[in-house]
Write a protein that binds this ligand. Structure first.
Ligand SMILES: Nc1nc2c(c(=O)[nH]1)N=C([C@H](O)[C@H](O)COP(=O)(O)OP(=O)(O)OP(=O)(O)O)CN2
Ligand SMILES: [Zn+2]
Length: 134
């Protein structure tokens, strides 16, 4: 049974976080001080990403947000990254994990008020980055 939500009672109710994961395969180059030559060559990674949205469930739907809707939104965002040379993606900047987090967060602007975190990582190396928002 859902409880009516009274503003200011978040501390008692807690905060729900729902998330959606996706992955994309992409190529990039990177200017680095170490491993300079191999990083500057075009090479590819499988990137994993997770978008987290926070809030209270709507009393009618029982959902913070319909994750099916979020998945559809992410599919269009993913199109801009999957099988791309990241160096050429407009608005991304230097193709690092940090800028990928920022790019994905910007692409979730229509969910801005709920956006709690964006995480991007590479399983192959164990490298990861989290952008915490809100
Ligand atoms: N703070 C950050 N540091 C680094 C980033 C980054 O995005 N943010 N990115 C890289 C590179 O993408 C680099 O290509 C990773 O290189 P490396 O650690 O050498 O791993 P491999 O390319 O050898 O890994 P694969 O197994 O081939 O995927 C470095 N630093
Ligand atoms: Zn790389």
């Amino acid at each position: 049974m859902s409880q009516p939500h009274t503003p200011g009672t978040e501390a008692l109710l807690g905060r729900f976080e729902v998330s959606q994961r996706f992955f994309f395969d992409a190529a990039h180059t990177l200017q680095r001080e170490i491993e300079a030559e191999s990083s500057a060559r075009i090479h590819g990674h499988t990137y994993h990403a997770e978008v987290t949205l926070a809030g209270q469930p709507d009393p009618q739907t029982g959902m913070v947000v319909d994750l099916g809707q979020v998945r559809a939104h992410i599919a269009t965002l993913r199109e801009q990254l999957d099988h791309r040379l990241l160096d050429e993606v407009p608005g991304l900047g230097v193709p690092t994990l940090e800028n990928l987090c920022r790019f994905i967060a910007d692409g979730m602007a229509s969910y801005a008020s709920m956006l709690s975190a964006v995480r991007v990582w590479r399983e192959s190396t164990g490298d990861g980055c989290v952008l915490r928002l809100g």
